[in-house]
Ligand binder design. Sequence first.
Ligand SMILES: [Zn+2]
Length: 496
Amino acid sequence: MKVYLVFFYCVSLCISLSVSTVRAQAALEGSLILDVYDQIREPLLHQRRFSHSEMVPLVEKLRHRPGIQVNKVGQSLEGRSIHLISIGKGPVRVLCWSQMHGDEPTATMALFDLFNFFSDDDAILIKEKQAILEKITLYAIPMLNPDGAERFQRRTALDIDMNRDALRLQNPESRLLKSIRDSLKADIGFNLHDQGRGHSVGFPPRPAVISLLAPAYNEVKDINEVRLAAMQVCASIYDNLKHHIPGQIGLYDDTFEPRAFGDNMQKWGTSTILIESGGMKGDPEKQFVRKLNFLAMVGALASVASDNYKKFGLEDYKSIPPNDFAMMDLIIREAVISYMGNDFTVDLGIRIRDIAPPDSSSLYRKAYIADIGDLSTFAGYVEINAKGMHVKAASYVEINKEELSFIRDFASWLEQGIGFVTGDESVQESMKGTPFIFISEAPPQSQDALKIGDDATFILEKNDQLKYTLVNGAIFHSENKQFYDLDGNLQETRIK
Ligand SMILES: [Zn+2]
């Protein structure tokens, strides 16, 4: 086993106006709903990446549930079926669509929870649910962009951002959404997305777990009846969720985008509400955020059914704090970097990017250097105080399969500051499931300083003593020999 020191060789990769409905709404916006959630949560969806073929059986299952109608209304460019699911017999038509961006699946999971909830004839909340379904007919298109979902990418199979295709309507999926909106003449629309983990609220910044918007329908952001109703629904969602995630709900940027669906839906006469599911510490697969989505939707529907949303005004909407973009996945504070013989004190901002291997349902998270300098206006999901610690390159080890078979614990590698492994294909295969980054050949010796875009794989030393080894953003603490992942959860160093 040979251990080499590498100088900054980094692999570059990323919710009746009668007393009873008021009570009903209180129940649906309160903690009771959370008690019910575990019974109705769709258990077959449990992680962010799932394909159209995994979702279709769930759509088929809904066909057999009381009160639900399922219609195949079209297909994607590559022939994947797109469904319109509906429940209720009320005069107010509510249309929800999710995952027009293929890599934004949180609300798709919540929509299945929502239909499970409304079609569950268990006695719990039955009167409350009936009150809603007498006022509202709920329509939903889960996974509007199944081709994008297949690849876990934002864009459609044509590599067009569907949310910039509301006017030109070149994607079959875009034409479908427009035609469903037009044929239903939906009163209210929920445009359901995910936003990146970098979105924040307030100062010091906190992750924007949920962001809301009543999109503008023109450049000057006029407020007509249609948009005002959307603003009121947003305010009701804010009022509902703020007790669950105080200080972590933001108002999304309302700059008019003439090509986007939300903005045009508002213009076409459907009061449209954007819900963005953001990042949350300790919830990498966004299962709690999914639950919040469900809570937001049930609360909003109860509020619309009871007309309770009308008690909110413009000022309530405007009291939602604006979204910002000041979260990093990891910040290393006040580390020292050396360049050309001189030392410099910097903060290192590290972000993670989802990598979606083709022909797989897995997601791999790549941590990279996103910013270097004074990051005092940013906050990290995880932070390290590295005052006086020098940033140095991680080492790499060259190993063969025989040697690897004797290794049962990687802690000693981390103690030596090793972040990279090289060897033959069998070694590469063995490295899957470990934190280490496989490199196909010994890296060239280079004195280059850490650069934006580089792997978050390096060591931190103080007085030539190793303090931390970072491997793809995961952190080994040399003092207590503990290894933590990107969410701050303890990681095994033993090979399973
Ligand atoms: Zn989106």
